[in-house]
Design a protein around this ligand. Structure first.
Ligand code: HEM
Length: 336
């Protein structure tokens, strides 16, 4: 149903990004401080003690990731060796409210950490092929426009419209989510990285790509009638039941960019005609009994990357890790 359209740093890359900021102040002059990005989320959703400031509602699972020969050829990483590498996975509902309805037309999230002791990879992905802003400063403006009006408890439609009219790059995600059905399950929807990464094959030239996790058994959305009959919370129980009875998996696909393609903007997908390689498969084996479990202390930092995978210059990607760390710092003291 959803057409697959696809797309790292260690401390070294973060240090390099810091150096670049010193060398090229103009390029980073407008990027908000990590705390300001998190403040913007709290401005809309409040300070939800103990919960992630984004993707607050969710469930933790475990399983494994298996790389394919194509994934190995693209990265040279031991995480793509073909062996089953243990994975911690968190599924979430978009936004910073732990009470968000599962029936909303917001994004769902799939975050994954795989580690074999030698290498670790963390990633978080959403159920839209594009993000809603191409620049971190617009992340703050997007959320400021959606702050609940104290008089109504709801966002002011005029402010939302004014933001949307003046930021046409938000439109592709808004349009996509308006048309996409509400997912019937965390397991029946595709998840996109939206940011581009640079792949360094052991043999061959470097290439940019965007990735996605494609639901192995296809996508299933809910009809309006089905939505009416469902409670606000069904995704957690549905996943438990599905993992126990059917098994749940995702194919990890990378769409490769060609020279000239835009690889520094998560609001712009790669052209549909670009080659796609299936680089791996994620299998969910067990859902943790409570809400948090092994996921609680992880931020799924999108710049903790396997060998052979590096960050692109996408400013949204580069702004993410520090704000995730701020959110972790604010939620951990309250986590039970
Ligand atoms: C400037 C851009 C962004 C900012 C400021 C931001 C901020 C955050 C923050 C503060 C958290 C909570 C982290 C924690 O407490 O552990 C979070 C979680 C998350 N973000 Fe982002 N984010 C951005 C872009 C993105 C993009 C581009 C994607 C994917 C396409 C994404 C997907 C997710 C997901 C799925 C989660 C929940 C992860 C989990 O289950 O732990 N975010 N984000």
């Amino acid at each position: 149903m959803n057409r697959p359209s696809l797309v790292r740093p260690s401390l070294f890359v973060l240090a390099t990004a810091g150096l670049m900021a010193v060398l090229a102040p103009d390029a980073h002059a407008q990027a908000p401080a990590p705390g300001a990005l998190v403040d913007a989320l709290e401005g809309v959703f409040g300070k939800q003690a103990g919960f992630r400031r984004s993707g607050a509602k969710g469930v933790c699972a475990t399983g494994f990731f298996v790389g394919t020969p194509e994934g190995r050829a693209l990265t040279g990483s031991t995480l793509f060796s073909g062996q089953e590498i243990p994975a911690v996975v968190r599924f979430s509902v978009g936004g910073g409210s732990p009470k968000a309805t599962d029936k909303g037309k917001s994004v769902r999230g799939l975050a994954m950490r795989v580690s074999n002791g030698k290498e670790t990879w963390e990633t978080s992905n959403i159920t839209a092929p594009v993000f809603f802003v191409g620049k971190p400063e617009n992340f703050v403006k997007f959320l400021e426009a959606r702050r609940p009006d104290p008089a109504t408890g709801r966002p002011d439609p005029a402010k939302v419209k004014a933001f949307n009219d003046s930021h046409p790059d938000a439109k592709p995600q808004i349009d996509y989510l308006a048309k996409a059905p509400v997912p019937a399950s965390y397991a029946t929807v595709n998840y996109w990285g939206t940011n581009a990464f640079e792949f360094s094959p052991p043999r061959g030239k470097k290439v940019f790509g965007k990735w996605m996790f494609e639901a192995s058994r296809g996508t299933i959305g809910l009809t309006d009638d089905q939505l009416k009959s469902l409670p606000d919370n069904f995704l957690d129980a549905e996943l438990r039941e599905r993992v126990a009875s059917h098994g749940v998996g995702f194919d990890f696909k990378v769409q490769l960019a060609e020279p000239g393609d835009k690889v520094d903007d998560p609001t712009v997908p790669l052209p549909e005609s670009r080659k796609v390689v299936t680089a791996g498969r994620l299998v969910i084996a067990k859902v943790e009994p409570g809400a948090g479990g092994a996921c609680d202390k992880i931020t799924f930092n999108p710049l903790v990357l396997p060998k052979g995978v590096g960050a692109s210059s996408d400013p949204v990607l580069l702004a993410r890790p520090a704000s995730y760390a701020v959110s972790l710092g604010r939620r951990l003291p309250d986590q039970k």
